[in-house]
Design a protein around this ligand. Structure first.
Ligand code: 26Y
Length: 829
């Protein structure tokens, strides 16, 4: 069985207890009799880690022996969350560890709470990368992740009593981190600045010299597959100075100069940029991008060279997946290595590059498309700037001929397609570079991939053909997002299907076997009881951490994601106020018929995102008023849970009756939390956007609450708002009443919210006024559907049962087969 295959000989409870105690006494150098919870966590983690290390070694040895083609997933963000629970579950050792920890006088739940989240990401893109690593290892595929080891992850969010978001640093490495292995011997020198001189000897070569050199040092994070020995690697780079500091300057009395250079090396990997989908042309960010892509590529090429194959074989052994444009510099960097260092012809180098690299786009929002000023790029990376200009000439002159043939006299088209956007300053368009440098380009849901093909990369589709541009709809790992976060539901599913979870967690379509049980009243009761327990688990957590009492007999309505205008948390909070006004106007008799509702928000705002921060303020202040209003508090309450994280999501998601995914149509590329909620039996309230559409196709449209305008209408509506504005009172009287309430000072100083309200009154780019009425209607339909609790539970079961498509195992298989062309490389076969 898989158990024998992946476990070492010493995984019975007695041996585990020994191993934990041994780690207490040796690794931690502590006495077993006065151990605190934190020490117990550390020791248990080190003991679990021993298993991972053995599997990791075997896996990597196998890769070296078999030399399969490998895929490398380059992402500036990996939102891993906690590791201990996930590792024990994937190893199938959780019960044993629980028993041992019990014997030692500790509670496993308390131990798990000791671990800090590894929060090296902002949101969806970073968490997707983490799910993909889990699925790659679980399917025994030779895939490594490459990222940065930020000393500070995403900031900690504090909410002041007035509702202001405050940011505190996230020193996640303060306690020792048992999940990483420092590889101080694996390091590369990375150059910045300096001079690039073309040789002009008939070759395209140049010499890049001078400038600053820093060291990239590897830290390896083990990625255990589920119920397999396969354990992959996530290699994170840390920056440090090439050598301590400049002793000459120091001796000459230039102390600051001596230390300055060394500090600037450490600075590169000091902190994750907390901007999600809003670009900031900051030099340090570009430095991060180059530092990471150059170190990762050097590492891949060193490994490739060990195979002793000709350099032109690179595409047969390496596939590089770009998680958005952030790692696009691998394209010019690979060209630099091939041309300047390997002395290849430009054409040959370009062919190798464009057969090795793949690009996933995650957004069509203009403000999230990366552009770097040419002067900055020239200064920091002079050789790469030359290469980008050369690619532009080379690719575009090829294009030029085709374009001229296909679209004679179309000068605009060339300007639109250029890698360089004209202006002061000129800017490098990273999405264009990623596109022409890649073998394939994909979006992350059907609608989004269509938008990529018809809007931002339209010209490239017309030139290169549609087959290069395709879709891989996102997915989530059912290990973390069902088995780990909702153990009761997982157990109920196994019991009902009469199938061990080791089977259905890796073949999620099996959930369809639940469908016949919708007619089984006893099963429905168990299903509902699990949801109830999960609500109580959250309520206990909120009581313990925030001291608040939550009504667990209400409907739970959840919106948790980064704060962003396009995601429209504003629509939700304005809807809550509308509900409050409606309740206040009711008679006590009428109120008795209303089903109680608890609304949860959580999410971080980028520190410089003013409107998003006002939205948080409004939510908190509305909560402060309505949660104490004796007329309504039992029927409607509202919570903004601070410091949203992967761990908080794991407690919140299993509680939801409904969750909200209400972006303006055409703006949310996919969304992935929508999948997490539905997998846990929460129904979806949403717009016809991103993966919501495919979720509805799978679970049945009768089981989702859709509202709002469709994508094709959005452009025209925006145009109308700009050129033929209609006063709010006329356009949407219900919303006008909500605005009046806010402006009356009902939720504190009205002036505070004015800039937020103004974005809606004038312009309304995200179409709040257009969708408000149908949004309120959708919520009314939710209320109505909830009255028939039997039917509601059936909807919940059907939803879970039909979510098989959204396992990230399916996504990774698609990438492996249709993009990377890699195969499983299981240990010991
Ligand atoms: C350029 C920089 C400021 C930047 C930083 C972070 C740009 C974008 C991002 C993050 C983007 C992101 O998280 N996109 C999300 O990717 C998810 C996974 O594909 C999608 O589900 C989600 O719809 C999309 O918004």
């Amino acid at each position: 069985t898989w158990k024998d295959a992946i476990r070492g000989p010493d995984t019975d409870t007695t041996s585990i207890t020994k191993s934990v105690v041994n780690h207490v006494q040796t690794s931690l150098a502590r006495q077993a009799y006065n151990l605190d919870t934190s020490g117990a966590y550390q020791a248990a983690a080190l003991s679990v880690r021993d298993n991972l290390i053995l599997n990791w070694n075997d896996t990597q040895l196998q890769y070296t022996r078999k030399a399969p083609k490998r895929a490398y997933y380059l992402s500036l963000e990996f939102l891993m969350g906690r590791t201990l629970d996930n590792a024990m579950l994937n190893l199938g050792l959780k019960d044993n560890y629980k028993e041992s920890v019990d014997k030692l006088g500790f509670n496993m739940e308390d131990l798990l709470e000791q671990e800090r989240d590894a929060a090296l990401g902002n949101g969806g893109l970073g968490r997707l990368a983490a799910c993909y690593l889990d699925s790659s290892a679980s399917q025994e595929l030779p895939v490594w992740g490459y990222g940065l080891r930020y000393r500070y992850g995403i900031f900690q969010q504090l909410i002041s009593p007035e509702g202001q978001q405050l940011e505190a640093p996230d020193p996640w490495l303060e306690m020792q981190n048992p999940w990483e292995l420092p590889r101080l011997d694996v390091n590369y020198e990375i150059r910045f600045y300096g001079q690039a001189e073309r040789l002009n000897d008939g070759t395209p070569r140049a010499h890049w010299t001078g400038g600053q050199e820093v060291l990239a040092v590897a830290y390896d994070v083990m990625i255990p597959g589920c119920y397999t020995k396969s354990t992959n690697n996530l290699r994170l780079w840390e920056s440090k100075p090439k050598r301590g500091f400049d002793l000459n300057s120091f001796n000459a009395g230039n102390y600051e100069g001596a230390v300055g250079e060394s500090n600037s090396a450490f600075a590169i990997t000091s902190v994750l940029y907390p901007n999600d989908q809003t670009t900031f042309g900051k030099e340090l960010r570009l430095k991060q991008q180059y530092f990471w892509t150059a170190a990762s590529l050097a590492d891949m090429i060193r490994r490739f060279k060990n195979l002793g194959k000709p350099i032109t074989d690179i595409p047969d052994y390496i596939a590089i997946q770009l998680n958005d444009t952030h790692p696009t510099l691998v394209i010019p960097e690979l060209m630099r290595i091939l041309v300047d260092e390997e002395d290849l012809d430009w054409d040959v180098a370009w062919k190798i590059t464009t057969n090795t690299v793949f690009y996933t786009n995650h957004t069509v929002l203009p403000e999230a498309l990366e552009k770097w000023p040419v002067p900055l790029m020239e200064h920091l990376l002079p050789r790469h700037m030359q290469i980008i200009f050369d690619i532009n000439m080379y690719a575009l002159s090829h294009f030029l001929q085709t374009v001229e043939r296909k679209f004679p006299n179309d000068r605009d088209r060339l300007a639109r397609m250029s890698l360089i956007e004209e202006g002061y300053p000129q800017q490098v368009r990273m999405a264009h570079l990623a596109c022409i440098g890649s073998k394939k380009v994909n979006g992350v849901a059907e609608l989004h991939s269509d938008l990529v093909r018809t809007t931002i990369l339209k010209d490239f589709v017309e030139l290169e053909g549609i087959s290069k541009f395709s879709n891989v709809t996102n997915g989530i790992t059912p290990r973390r997002w069902l088995d780990q976060c909702n153990p009761e539901l997982s157990a109920l599913i196994s019991k009902t299907l009469k199938v061990d979870k080791s089977v259905w967690l890796k073949d999620l379509d099996r959930l369809e076997g639940l469908l016949p049980f919708t007619e089984d009243a006893a099963f429905r009761e168990e299903w509902a009881a699990v949801k109830q327990h999960n609500k109580e688990r959250l309520a206990a957590h909120v009581k313990a951490t925030l001291g608040l009492d939550i009504n667990t007999h209400a409907m739970f309505d959840v919106q948790i994601k980064r704060l962003h205008e396009y995601k429209r948390q504003t629509l939700n909070i304005l809807g809550v106020i509308h509900r409050y006004i409606t309740l206040k106007a009711m008679s006590p008799e009428e109120r008795k018929k209303v089903n109680p509702r608890v609304v949860f928000f959580a999410g971080k705002a980028a520190p410089g995102y003013y409107i998003a921060k006002i939205t948080i303020r409004l939510i908190v202040n509305v909560a402060n008023i309505i949660n104490v209003d004796p007329d309504t508090k039992d029927l409607l309450s509202l919570y903004f849970l601070p410091d949203y994280s992967v761990s908080l999501a794991e407690i919140l998601i299993p509680t939801s009756d409904i969750s909200q995914h209400i972006s303006t149509a055409g703006t949310e590329a996919s969304g992935t939390s929508n999948m997490k909620f539905c997998l846990n039996g929460g129904l979806l309230v949403g717009t016809v956007d991103g993966a919501n559409i495919e979720i509805a196709e799978s679970v049945g449209e009768e089981n989702v609450f859709f509202f709002g305008h469709l994508t094709p209408a959005v452009e025209d509506l925006r145009h109308e708002h700009r050129y033929h504005p209609v006063p709010l009172e006329q356009k949407c009287p219900a919303l006008a009443r909500v605005f009046e309430k806010i402006s009356s000072g009902a939720f504190g100083d009205a002036g505070v919210y004015e800039p937020l309200l103004a974005t809606i009154r004038t312009g309304d780019y995200y179409l709040i006024t257009e969708d408000f009425d149908s949004y309120i209607q959708a919520l009314a339909m939710v209320d109505e559907a909830y009255l028939d609790r039997t039917e509601w539970v059936k909807k919940s079961i059907r939803t879970t049962a039909r979510m098989g498509k959204f396992s990230s195992d399916r996504c990774i298989m698609e990438y492996a087969d249709s993009y990377w062309n890699i195969e499983p490389c299981p240990v010991g076969k």
